[in-house]
Design a protein around this ligand. Structure first.
Ligand SMILES: Nc1ncnc2c1ncn2[C@@H]1O[C@H](COP(=O)(O)OP(=O)(O)OP(=O)(O)O)[C@@H](O)[C@H]1O
Ligand SMILES: [Mg+2]
Length: 250
């Protein structure tokens, strides 16, 4: 060893900074303090199940991460692939790859399926081209000329997911994608979500059906009263009946 040899790094070179890093975020609806110091970090390609009882703060957390106007982020940092998302507004966060699919799906009324997809691609950078979307979502191809709001609930959910993929997606936030859908449609959406996972798209999925979400995910976060009470492997939650009883009521 000569004097010029650098010491071994404290961490192996493979310890990259987290792809998505949430640092002590606090968010409010007016005076209501809801997201109360949430921190977690996830790696590229992770599929994270975000779980918790009704009112635990799952939707509020996703909306905070997507930089929605409410709840208002008042403290903390959100980093995605080196970008300070906490400094951005919702549309800017979307441009940097944060795509949220909200429970109400937000299909633009008066526009056809295709126009909804084209609208998603107005701003650069674009995601999947329409041909690829139609190949993966044949039902949407069949209904491309139909007004988006006349689709069935399941088809609207597909359109909402497809619209997220039409954008440049680095982080996909899914809020109860199976909510209110018939079992056969749930299976179809599940196949799409599986495919999103296979494509390596980093995803956070909120789902009432915790078992379904945990079987899909590799990581789990459990929220309770606006705070993270569990952060670990999805399999660990499946195996821990006491934890599920306490926070998930399953
Ligand atoms: N727009 C709002 N204004 C004020 N408080 C709100 C608003 N939206 C939600 N809250 C409150 O924030 C808390 C967390 O709600 P949130 O919708 O994030 O929970 P959740 O975990 O998504 O629940 P669910 O499983 O029912 O979807 C609840 O106490 C709720 O009443
Ligand atoms: Mg919710």
């Amino acid at each position: 060893m000569n004097a010029m040899t650098l010491p071994e790094p404290a961490f192996p070179a493979t310890t990259a900074p987290p792809y998505f890093d949430v640092r002590d975020i606090h968010a409010y609806y007016g005076e209501s303090y809801i997201v109360q110091g949430v921190s977690f970090a996830i790696q590229k390609g992770d599929v994270v199940a975000l779980l918790g009882r009704n009112g635990a703060g799952k939707t509020s957390t996703l909306r905070t991460l997507a930089r929605a106007l409410d709840p208002e982020l008042k403290r903390g940092e959100i980093w995605l692939d080196g970008e300070p998302i906490h400094k951005l507004k919702d549309f800017q966060a979307a441009r940097h790859g944060v795509q949220i699919v909200q429970e109400d799906r937000r299909i633009v009324p008066g526009l056809t399926v295709e126009q909804n997809l084209v609208l998603a691609q107005i701003a650069e950078p674009k995601g999947w081209p329409l041909e690829k979307i139609y190949e993966r979502f044949p039902r949407l191809a069949e209904r491309r000329k139909q007004d988006g709001v006349t689709l069935s609930g399941g088809e609207q959910q597909m359109l909402a997911v497809a619209r997220a993929l039409a954008r440049d997606v680095k982080l996909l936030l899914l809020d109860e994608p199976y909510e209110g859908l018939a079992p056969v449609i749930v299976q179809e959406i599940e196949r799409i979500v599986q495919e999103i996972k296979m494509l390596g798209i980093t995803t956070i999925i909120v789902e009432q059906n915790a078992v379904a979400a945990l079987e899909l995910a590799n990581r789990a976060l459990i929220l309770d009263m606006g705070q993270i009470v569990f952060d670990g492997a999805a399999g660990a939650v499946l195996e821990d009946a006491a934890l599920r009883n306490e926070y998930l009521a399953i």
